[in-house]
Ligand binder design. Structure first.
Ligand code: NAD
Ligand code: DAU
Length: 337
């Protein structure tokens, strides 16, 4: 039996990954360590919290004793680190917690992985470490790291630490750098679910600047299958880019959401831009496609329809996450913008 410690497994990508593993790879024990910050939500694991191969532990990746104990008690062979502060806009308001969790938290996990001689340590990173692209070209694994926001700087620092542990002490690691994920259970601070939620409530859709910023959208399930391939088939010490090959401007995405929900374009509101906003991301996924034979399973059109259908069918989930603290966040981020 494979025995993995997943951190951040109550967040968007982590929970989808845990769900996929428990559904499709029954010979796997998943120990799920999550602090349950504003972004962590046990409702993301609906139907799986009591699965016999799933152990959920509420705790912090900075708690070295706890991490060590979980690795020992469950005889863990690999750590997959999803836990992070993940929202660029929040990092521009309060960068400190990004350094704590994303850098120091990663360091804590790396020390345990090395000390316990784990088979593998997987760092879930981001294409944002590469910075921003002009109108042409794509990020490859050779693109120099050049992060532009406190969030991406903290992720890049973590990536460097992972690589240094491999180089200096032989830690068996992989780093994955993916593009923008979308899909079920994404917290509505990120663009797609925020726009869906606002459109459903006939509220203005706040498009930053001219709305011509480009992201390469990757459907969540396809990201999860790529991570599984890296965990189970990749050589240690390799970095893999994972993209959806789906470049869209923000205005195109917002337009599609409005059309699909039958809402008027007049809901679009251009608002003050994000400081230092990266203009374009695009991923060259040929390494993972050639070496590990990974392929995305859906086009953007299929994935976005599935996503919108999910939000329509899960109104209770959405209502819970946008109550309370979310209202204060929204007011501080968008009023007077
Ligand atoms: P998310 O914000 O939805 O979830 C993060 C999870 O980490 C939450 O469950 C939270 O409770 C947990 N967490 C935060 N601090 C913690 C701590 N100190 N100890 C334990 N748990 C903690 O994020 P996400 O979108 O699921 O992203 C997951 C990972 O993927 C992150 O590392 C992020 O940088 C990376 N990533 C995300 C995207 C994307 O499009 N969402 C794209 C590229 C990379
Ligand atoms: O590229 C991978 C990254 O994608 C991940 O590492 C991050 O964790 C994830 O949050 C995401 O970062 P982005 O900043 O690209 O995602 P976000 O959903 O915040 O924004 C997507 C685009 O939409 C971006 O150009 C900013 C714009 N935007 C966003 C919001 C929240 C708006 O125009 N209006 C908004 O209200």
């Amino acid at each position: 039996m494979r025995r993995i410690l997943v951190t951040g497994g109550a967040g968007f990508i982590g929970a989808n990954f845990v769900r996929m593993v428990l559904s499709e790879h029954p010979d796997t024990l998943v120990v799920n360590l999550d602090k349950l910050t504003y972004a962590g939500n046990l409702e993301n694991l609906a139907g799986f919290t009591d699965h016999p191969n799933h152990v959920f532990v509420k705790g912090d990746i900075l708690d070295a004793k706890l991490v060590e104990q979980l690795v020992t008690d469950h005889n863990i062979d690999a750590i997959i680190n999803f836990a992070a502060e993940s929202h660029v806009d929040r990092s521009l308001v309060d960068p400190g917690v990004f350094i704590e969790t994303n850098v120091n938290g990663t360091l804590t996990l790396l020390k345990v992985a090395l000390e316990k001689k784990l088979e593998r340590y997987i760092q879930i990173s981001t294409d944002e470490v590469y910075g921003s692209l002009g109108p042409t070209g794509k990020f490859t694994e050779q693109t120099p790291v050049s992060p532009n926001s406190p969030y991406s700087a903290s992720k890049a620092a973590a990536d460097h630490l992972v690589r240094a542990f491999g180089h200096s002490w032989g830690l068996r690691y992989n780093i994955t750098r993916c593009s923008n994920n979308y899909g079920e259970y994404q917290f509505p601070e990120k663009m797609i679910p925020l726009m869906i939620n606002n459109a459903l409530n006939d509220k203005p859709l706040p498009v930053y600047g001219d709305g011509l910023y480009v992201r390469d959208w990757l459907y969540i399930y396809d990201h999860c299958t790529a991570i599984w391939k890296v965990l189970t088939e990749a050589r240690p010490g390799e970095i893999y880019n994972i993209g959806g090959n789906n470049e869209k401007t923000n205005l195109e995405v917002v337009g599609l959401i409005l059309d699909r929900l039958g809402k008027p374009k007049e809901l679009i509101r251009h608002v003050t831009d994000r400081p230092g906003h990266d203009r374009r991301y695009a991923i060259d996924s040929s390494k993972i496609m050639n070496e590990l034979k990974w392929r995305p399973s859906v086009t953007f059109e299929v994935g976005i329809n599935r996503t919108i259908d999910w939000y329509l069918a899960n109104e209770t989930w959405l209502r819970h996450v946008v109550s309370g603290e979310y209202q204060q966040y929204y007011a501080s981020m968008y009023h007077n913008r």
